[in-house]
Design a protein around this ligand. Structure first.
Ligand code: SF4
Ligand code: SF4
Length: 202
């Protein structure tokens, strides 16, 4: 008969009289450590729908779809794919559009659709060629960032134009045909069409 070694007896006794190494989660809620990276949380007020986070997300969590007819950009975030790397927060152009929570860590679910979040942002469409320019909030953000310098941008002026109604309704909303005129520079047109207007001096 083999007798247990002294070391093994000591370990068994130590384990018997010390508390468990594991926690009693989920009976007792887990307290995340400092700087824990949990589920990203979007602040819709501070997210301008610029697409930057889509480009930096390594896991393809964030997808964009531009619905030109409804003039909306649909942003979907599937947190079932998230790696919690923090790249979206790091590169957010407003610095406040998305932040990784340090308390949201319970994402287990039987229905993966519950992990998909959706946002909608109003789009600006070129009145001439129909190309998507960007979202209205994105342009407003750039405008605020640039301050008075923003007025050097014709697109910015045109957004104000839309509010001030300086241009005829017919020019702004009906859309421009291929026949771009010099006056069309005061409509909402994309940089490509604007270049045509300015260079050709029609
Ligand atoms: S934390 Fe990383 S993986 Fe998750 S959404 Fe942000 S960039 Fe994508
Ligand atoms: S980078 Fe920031 S502002 Fe741009 S879409 Fe992502 S969360 Fe929104």
């Amino acid at each position: 008969m083999k007798y247990p070694k002294i070391r093994e007896i000591r370990e068994a006794l130590t384990a018997l009289f010390t508390s468990a190494y594991t926690t009693s989660f989920p009976v007792t809620p887990h307290t995340p450590f400092k700087n824990y990276r949990g589920k990203p949380v979007v602040d819709d007020e501070n997210c301008v729908g610029c697409e930057t986070c889509t480009n930096v997300c390594p896991a393809g969590v964030i997808t964009f779809f531009d619905d030109k007819e409804k003039k909306v950009r649909i942003i979907e975030r599937d947190y079932g794919l998230c790696l919690f790397c923090g790249q979206c927060e790091e590169h957010c152009i407003t610095g406040k559009g998305v932040k990784l929570s340090d308390t949201l860590y319970e994402l287990a679910t039987f229905d993966r659709n519950q992990l998909v979040e959706r946002q909608e942002k109003e789009l600006i469409i070129c009145a001439s060629c129909g190309a998507v320019i960007t979202t209205k909030e994105h342009i407003r953000f750039i405008h605020n960032k640039l301050g008075p310098m923003a007025y050097a941008s014709i697109l910015d002026l045109n957004l104000l134009n839309e509010r001030l109604r300086l241009a005829d309704d017919a020019d702004v909303s009906v859309g421009i045909t291929d026949d771009l005129k010099r006056k069309d520079m005061f409509n909402l047109i994309c940089p490509k069409c604007l270049r045509k207007v300015l260079l050709k001096s029609l």
